[in-house]
Design a protein around this ligand. Structure first.
Ligand code: ATP
Length: 365
């Protein structure tokens, strides 16, 4: 086991900054996903932890010890790449045994651990097959098994499931989680797939444009996003982020979402107090599609909107609304009856809505 700490860690390639001043404290035996859009610096961060890339600034520590300049092979790190090179001329058994042989583990112990890992990875029936004959799914399992078997103190996986078909990916996800629990390793997992990150990780490090946006539990990343980037990136469909003009009438704070003062939505105490403290005339109002309701009657808490489009997605109905210049999406049970062209009084589950500073993007507290 080992904790991993990044202190102000940066990576530049010439004039280009791929990772900017990241601070991250990953606990012993924690499963952390690094999540973000393509090119945000996920792999570069991972490569610095592994020692594949040197750092341009800052410090990396394992269990408190500075490993910033320790060569890769001396860091005790296992690594599974997106396109992992298996020794295709060797059998599954040989591939699994390889790392243990390098470590000088006794043959009887090697046999036991290889068979155990083959069984865990459901590769027992293929154990003596040449790796070249494996399917893509089996190859990827072998890649993970081969790295895991040496029980590295830190296990790094860079998009290990991205080549797999959807059904198998789901299976592997739960296997990976189980593997991490049984080996009790610190696992760091790079992915651009939020479902993978949300389902697997104890905590998620969300990155965008070379910087860390939020490092938190899946629940907090979803329910309490730090800023509009995280709010808009997590969730499908993502959080609606609507420009709101804020005004106070008779001691009540209102958010005008449609450019029609008379139809502004009355805020609850929590949001009112945040808006008051901030003092800005315009804020960003954030609400998830599932936190909308349809009301029979218009009142101070509702907004008049038109239904533009209705999509059936699984057991949910996604409804696109427009009002003034504003468009937003709601997610409802299939049984909700809404048709394109209809008018609707939309209300908000205000306890789950957020206000953000429109300039910094930060969530108000
Ligand atoms: P993806 O999900 O597409 O792999 P990522 O988030 O892992 O993206 P990185 O691979 O870390 O992103 O790359 C971050 C940025 O740094 C990208 O713009 C990339 O082009 C750039 N970059 C990465 N490696 C190098 C390099 N060796 N030389 C120059 N630029 C690089």
């Amino acid at each position: 086991m080992a904790s991993v700490t990044l202190e102000d860690t940066s990576k530049t390639f010439g004039d280009f900054t791929a990772v900017r001043n990241i601070n991250l404290a990953i606990n012993d035996a924690e499963f952390v996903a690094i999540l973000g859009p393509s090119g945000c610096g996920k792999s570069t961060t991972m490569n610095m932890i592994a020692g594949i890339e040197d750092v341009s600034g800052g410090t990396i520590r394992f269990d408190g010890a500075d490993v910033t300049n320790v060569p890769m092979q001396n860091r005790g790190v296992g690594f599974v790449f997106q396109n992992y090179a298996i020794f295709t001329h060797m059998s599954v058994r040989k591939n699994l045994a390889f790392g243990l042989e390098v470590q000088g583990v006794q043959q009887s112990e090697i046999n036991r651990r290889v068979e155990e890992m083959a069984e865990f990875m459901a590769l027992t029936h293929r154990i003596d097959a040449p790796s070249a004959s494996l399917s893509v799914n089996e190859l990827q399992k072998l890649a993970i098994g081969r790295s895991a078997i040496v029980e590295p103190s830190i296990f790094l996986l860079d998009e290990p499931l991205s080549n797999l078909d959807a059904a198998f990916r789901e299976r592997m996800r739960s296997d990976l989680r189980q593997l991490q629990r049984s080996l009790n390793q610190t696992m760091i997992y790079v992915t651009h797939d939020q479902i993978e990150a949300m389902g697997l990780a104890d905590r998620i490090a969300v990155m965008d444009q070379a910087t860390l946006q939020q490092f938190d539990t899946p629940e907090n990343i979803y329910s309490r996003p730090e800023n509009t980037f995280v709010a808009g990136f997590i969730g499908a469909p993502s959080m609606n982020l609507v420009r709101a003009r804020i005004a106070e009438r008779d001691g009540v704070m209102f958010a005008d979402l449609a450019g029609r003062e008379a139809d502004a939505v009355a805020l609850d105490d929590r949001l009112s107090s945040q808006a008051r403290t901030h003092g800005g005339a315009a804020l960003t109002f954030g609400f998830r599609p599932e936190h909308l309701r349809i009301s029979d009657q218009p009142d101070a808490g509702t907004l008049a909107a038109q239904v533009v489009l209705v999509e059936l997605v699984g057991r949910r109905k996604l409804v696109h609304f427009s009002t003034g210049q504003t468009r937003f999406v709601g997610s409802f049970y299939r049984t909700v009856s809404l048709r394109p062209g209809e008018a609707a009084n939309v209300s908000f589950d205000l306890g789950k809505c957020h206000l953000f500073d429109p300039n910094t993007g930060l969530r108000l507290r």
